[in-house]
Design a protein around this ligand. Structure first.
Ligand code: BG6
Length: 510
């Protein structure tokens, strides 16, 4: 077996076994912006096993050399650690290009022969990781052709796994159908449904914060917590030709069904029985099972606000409204913002609302979870007419990853005056290095056979059932709740403020 010239110091993580990663949709944006830069950074950190190979599978005609040159260009722009030609060159020599239509089974048979040659050159190890990152309409074809070419079957002593990108279906029936196709091709144990939010360092830290510290868990319930907010704000609109995809999807399906419900499950779950993939995923599924259906429980408009941005400005630059965006229907009814009040019908969270919001073209990019504690009894300091504010624990998922705790403190001086102050922890300063990108962690985990940070079939299906109900109320009921608007660059529609104001609460200012 060859030695990897990039092993310039291990991060301490056990190297996974060598494998060949086949990326379907290799000429796409995700491969260029995320997947290959992630592999490059894993290599730079010394965590890529010797003998690793990458094969890009796509429809366009291209040589290995052209493919590598295009990837180098992208890596220069998107790599977390600076692109270094001396490191890139040997890394890029492990990347190959395979041209085929996704529907053409012959292309997969040729791929099988090529993978066999790679295995022989590597010295016999035949582990394979198929990464389906194409447009979603090809997912079925790719899975079926992998099976037809016998690529879904691992050779003896080796493994064959599949990673499936989002969107995993567009509603419950399509997700179930895709799950059936997957099940006919790979076992659940070899199936890795990606949700890149689970690979974010701070999302992983949620479990550590809750279960490795003794001070939080006793308070983590409806006796001490008033409510929880989860916000995902983005400044982006419909750049890069995303308008068509997004207009057919909307914020609820694009972000809530997956990323935001996943974050909610990590905040709300019971301690898992162990840290195995199924231990953690069982605990998350129990949260999903306790989601109170929004439609049955009353008026959907009273629990969910949807909105589109109108023209406005971001960072002083004028930007178009949602309906004026490239490849968006000028009469679109699709939401680019959604806010929900979610209740969990279980012992721990009875009566504690989870307010979840996400929006495009908001004033800044920030994702955070804030846990708002019940106020202290108002018998002492409230007599002094000082504005009391509750303790808030904030977990900043991105950017400026960290955790802060807001508490009330006395202002120095002879008078008793009080003000909220913050205890603040920043990843960057505490650990002195940048966090790995989500895709680095997730690729390494899939290579190592650890599915903890990937969604299981039942999680995905329950989350779709929850979201489908809302979609139905929006698009199929005789009197759908109105679609609100907000100027681009503002913090969303006033209706979302009213959703909390009705409960005597306000959104946290980010
Ligand atoms: C993707 C969504 O899954 O996540 C995008 O399709 C969104 O619409 C993106 O912009 C956000 O990811 P991140 O990591 O930039 O927060």
């Amino acid at each position: 077996m060859e030695s990897n010239p990039l092993r310039i110091g291990l991060s301490g993580r056990k190297l996974p076994e060598a494998c060949t990663i086949v990326i379907f949709g290799a000429t796409g944006d995700l491969t260029h912006r995320k997947l290959v830069p992630a592999l490059y950074n894993i290599a730079v950190d010394g965590d890529l096993p010797p003998g690793m190979r990458v094969v890009g599978f796509a429809r366009r005609e291209k040589s290995d050399a052209t493919f590598r040159a295009e990837l180098a260009e992208a890596n220069l722009q998107h790599s977390r650690q600076p692109h270094d030609d001396a490191l890139w060159r040997p890394f890029s020599e492990t990347i190959f290009y395979h041209r085929s239509e996704f529907q053409d089974v012959e292309g997969y048979r040729a791929l099988a022969r090529r993978l066999d040659d790679i295995d022989t050159a590597r010295g016999g190890e035949g582990n394979r990781l198929f990464y389906i990152a194409s447009a979603p309409e090809y997912f079925d074809d790719i899975l079926q052709n992998l099976r037809a070419a016998g690529l879904n079957k691992a050779r003896s002593g080796c493994w064959a796994r599949v990673i499936i990108e989002k969107p995993f279906g567009t509603d419950l029936p399509s997700a179930k159908h895709l799950n059936e196709v997957v099940r006919g091709t790979f076992s659940e144990q070899d199936t890795y449904r990606i949700d890149h939010y689970l690979g974010k360092e701070t999302a992983q830290n949620l479990m550590v914060l809750r279960f490795a510290n003794a001070i939080f868990e006793p308070l983590w319930n409806n006796r001490f917590i008033d409510h929880v907010q989860i916000t995902c704000a983005e400044t982006l609109g419909m750049e890069g030709g995303r308008g068509a995809y997004y207009d057919a999807s909307g914020a609820l399906r694009d972000m809530v069904q997956n990323h935001l419900l996943q974050l909610l499950s990590l905040v709300a779950m019971e301690p898992p029985v162990d840290l195995s993939a199924d231990g953690v995923r069982d605990a998350k599924v129990n949260v999903f099972r306790s989601l109170r259906p929004l439609v049955g429980s009353g008026d959907i408009g009273g629990n969910v606000i949807r909105a589109q941005y109108t023209e406005g400005s971001i960072d002083g630059q004028p930007v178009a409204g949602y309906r004026q965006e490239d490849r968006v229907n000028p009469e679109s009814q699709t939401e680019a913002y959604v806010a929900l009040r979610i209740h969990l019908d279980n012992w721990r969270w009875e009566g504690v609302p989870f307010y979840v919001r996400m929006g495009k073209r908001l004033p800044k990019k920030a994702t955070e979870i804030s846990v708002h504690f019940r106020p202290a009894p108002e018998v002492l300091f409230n007599r002094m007419h000082v504005e009391m504010r509750e303790n808030v624990l904030v977990m900043r998922i991105q950017p400026d990853e960290g955790i802060s705790l807001r508490m009330i403190s006395k202002i120095p001086g002879a008078n008793l005056r009080m003000e909220p102050v913050k205890m603040d922890f920043h990843y960057a300063t505490s650990f002195g290095k940048s966090s790995p990108e989500a895709y680095e962690r997730l690729l390494l985990d899939a290579m190592a056979g650890d599915a903890t940070l990937f969604a299981r079939r039942d999680e995905v299906e329950i989350a779709w059932a929850f979201v489908d109900e809302i979609e139905k109320a929006w698009h199929q009921s005789p009197e759908p709740p109105p679609l609100a608007t907000y100027p681009a660059g503002s913090w969303g529609p006033s209706e979302a403020d009213a959703l909390l104001a009705g409960d005597g609460r306000i959104w946290r200012r980010l």
